[in-house]
Design a protein around this ligand. Structure first.
Ligand code: MN
Length: 324
């Protein structure tokens, strides 16, 4: 067993009060990892709090429904141990910032982002893992901690969503083996999970997608495609944040396109970019140029400025990147 896993075992055995949090704007991996680890520690009789300052996207409500611990937005008792799952940076942890000032707080950082610099006292980071859920499954198996159907469902959902249901380049033999184990041992039904996550779209989110696709542009000899989501569209078709996450994939899915970008106006003069790429380009490097980060095939950043200014700036940067 590796030394990080041994250290994790030692901390779990010696402490009682745990607080687990995932990243802001949580996704399937963040929520699944949070709920899986929470349920295991709860079953071990630990005092567990699950905290996320942002709402859980309703598409993942089915995971929380079966959880012995609910996710809350804050906490009362100060914990002994804070476990951050799927968070590349401390600043992205969905918890009130005053937590970092607490003395004697032991921080465990479990993540698979290549940009994670290791902000915890104990860092369990594996950038080869397709999802944080995959690392947690490995941890639970090695330490022989109690996995049940609810934990398995949360982990399966974490891995399935972070791999685009096994379509993205991060899907490895280990990923499929992990999921095969969950399906076989805990009777997880892949078709049901896919239906829960993908076939429960709101009417507004599909109409909004139509608006976004109307803005689609192609440039740089067809290598780059981008689309725009502004506040006016969002006012017309209000949706949850999470519901717009997949829109960028349409730009990326066009034949010949190497980089797909979605420019989303969060508020006036603040634009969030989602980057997606084929194997030709590592977009985490492009996003980090603007203070963001993520993975080689999927990354994000936020840039201040009006939509036309930001689009212009980014397209110039991409043009230089390609050396045109
Ligand atoms: Mn993840």
């Amino acid at each position: 067993m590796n030394s990080q896993f041994q250290e994790f075992q030692r901390i779990i055995a010696s402490k009682e009060g745990f607080l687990i949090s995932c990243h802001v704007h949580p996704d399937g991996d963040g929520i699944g990892s949070l709920l899986a680890l929470g349920a295991v520690l709860f079953k071990m009789g630990k005092n567990v709090r699950l905290v996320c300052t942002d709402d859980v996207p309703s598409v993942y409500g089915f995971l929380e429904d079966n959880s012995p611990v609910a996710i809350s937005q804050g906490f009362d008792e100060p914990p002994e141990v804070l476990i951050c799952v799927d968070c590349a940076e401390r600043e992205r942890v969905a918890i009130s910032a005053d937590i970092w000032n607490r003395r004697n707080l032991f921080i465990i950082n479990i993540d698979h982002h290549i940009t994670n610099a290791g902000f915890g006292h104990l860092n369990i980071i594996d950038s080869n893992a397709a999802a944080t859920g995959e690392i947690i499954l490995q941890l639970l198996k090695e330490l022989q901690l109690p996995v049940n159907h609810q934990v398995a469902l949360a982990l399966y959902t974490a891995i399935a969503t972070d791999t685009g249901f096994f379509r993205y380049a991060n899907t490895s033999a280990e990923t499929l083996e992990s999921c095969s184990y969950l399906v076989k041992t805990f009777q997880i039904e892949p078709a049901k999970v896919a239906e829960q996550v993908h076939e429960q779209k709101s009417y507004n989110s599909v109409r909004l997608l139509g608006e976004v696709l109307n803005t689609l542009c192609l440039g740089l000899d067809g290598k780059v495609a981008w689309s725009v989501l502004d506040q006016q569209m969002l006012a017309k078709y209000p949706v949850e944040n999470e519901e717009t996450e997949s829109y960028v994939n349409y730009a990326r899915s066009i034949e010949g396109v190497e980089i797909g970008i979605l420019f989303k106006e969060l508020r006036p003069n603040q634009i969030k970019l989602s980057w997606r790429s084929t194997s030709a380009v590592d977009v985490s490097k492009l996003a980090s140029n603007f203070g963001g980060g993520g993975h080689a095939r999927a990354a994000g950043c936020t840039i201040n400025g009006s939509l036309p200014e930001v689009i212009d700036k980014v397209l110039h940067f991409v043009t230089d990147f390609y050396g045109y």
